[in-house]
Design a protein around this ligand. Structure first.
Ligand SMILES: Nc1ncnc2c1ncn2[C@@H]1O[C@H](COP(=O)(O)OP(=O)(O)OP(=O)(O)O)[C@@H](O)[C@H]1O
Ligand SMILES: [Mg+2]
Length: 350
């Protein structure tokens, strides 16, 4: 059993959670969406300042909600990358300070490994091997989770990430940031066959590309705007057709990987995993193949600290902790997570 206090500040959410293995005792997320909305996207310097203002109240609220004593906490988990350097620094410095004051081990966590582990919060009995479709604001990846800490990236995006495609397309359509939830909501009311957008052909079984789709939507929007008065603008049909193109390519690649690797479980994580259209289609297709599909609860799809705590709890139980001089990383490969840890057999508590 491992009880972890975890921090996540890699982008525009200041988050803290307390986790007991895969059980969430408290999870607090302070989103900066309202602050960044007026700029149409995240402004890194503004994000760092916002984290500094918010982190202490968020930690206090988490401790009060879990109503736990410091003696009961085994370690401090924190996202160290990839992400915005200024934002990451706030979380890592706060985590080091807490770990030093309370004499707890520090466990640095790769942000994407956190997204993978968000599935365990919803389904604690889940164990590797499984296939993971990670679809977030910055990444689109198909990953073979062979075991804890052993990941094989099968494919990834050649250009825009799925969430990025949603956000850029929403902007083009005059919808507010973040675009994913807005397009998802409008798509439900529209006709997915109204416009035939390209699925983005890539000469690779698992890689994806969404930049062509974005360009096709832009061209269609420009054409429509020049032809029709704004009251006739088919916004929900455009959203539904765009969403269909994104969802179909993700479903196709995921099903191909499930079949080729002969796996029976698909985990979908990251912000785009909240998409209702994607959820419905993946459930339908997986069922037809006798495979199970696991989605994290909506609250754990976008950035949160519970998923970071879940990774840290697993590392702690494996006797893995980080050195005090651990830094932050704007970029970091998922296959390199072992470089974040040294082995401390004294804390092994399996
Ligand atoms: N219902 C939805 N449908 C589609 N996209 C969505 C939905 N809800 C959120 N998103 C998208 O999810 C993204 C945010 O997800 P997340 O917080 O996982 O990304 P991130 O942390 O910014 O990126 P990364 O984890 O790759 O660094 C945004 O691009 C947002 O538009
Ligand atoms: Mg994220």
């Amino acid at each position: 059993m491992a009880v972890i206090l975890a921090l996540e500040t890699s982008c525009d959410e200041t988050a803290c959670a307390i986790i007991r293995d895969r059980e969430v005792l408290a999870s607090v997320v302070s989103s900066q969406i309202e602050v960044h909305k007026r700029y149409g996207g995240v402004v890194p310097e503004v994000a760092s300042r916002q984290h500094v203002l918010t982190i202490n109240p968020v930690i206090e609220e988490t401790l009060a909600t879990a109503s736990i004593r410091w003696e009961a906490i085994d370690g401090i988990g924190v996202t160290c990358g990839p992400g915005l350097v200024g934002s990451l620094l706030t979380g890592v410095m706060a985590a080091k300070t807490l770990a030093w004051i309370h004499q707890k081990p520090l466990i640095a966590v790769h942000h994407l490994e956190g997204h993978l582990y968000s599935a365990f919060l919803t389904q604690p009995a889940l164990e590797p091997p499984f296939l993971c479709l990670l679809v977030s604001g910055g990444h689109t990846m198909l990953i073979h989770i062979r075991d804890h800490g052993h990941y094989e990236i099968l494919g990834q995006t050649r250009d825009d990430a799925a969430g990025e495609a949603y956000d850029k397309t929403a902007r083009l359509l005059g919808l507010p940031y973040p675009g994913g939830p807005e397009i998802d909501r409008l798509a439900k009311e529209g006709n997915p066959r109204a416009f035939a957008f390209p699925k983005g052909k890539v000469d690779h079984p698992y890689d994806t590309s969404f930049s062509g789709l974005k360009t096709a939507v832009r061209r269609t929007v420009e054409q429509l705007r020049s032809q029709r008065p704004s009251e006739e603008f088919p916004l929900s049909d455009l959203c539904a057709s765009f969403q269909k193109a994104v969802v179909e390519v993700l479903v196709e690649k995921s099903m191909r990987a499930l079949e080729h690797l002969n796996l029976s479980t698909l985990v979908v994580c990251g912000g785009v995993a909240a998409n209702r259209g994607l959820r419905a289609r993946l459930e339908q297709e997986s069922k037809q193949r006798g495979a199970a599909v696991v989605f994290p609860a909506f609250a754990y799809c976008t950035d949160n600290a519970a998923m970071i705590g879940c990774v840290a709890a697993q590392k702690y139980k494996q006797g893995l902790v980080s050195n005090w001089d651990i830094g932050v990383f704007s970029r970091m490969e998922l296959e390199q997570t072992s470089s974040l840890y040294c082995c401390n057999p004294e804390i092994r508590k399996l």
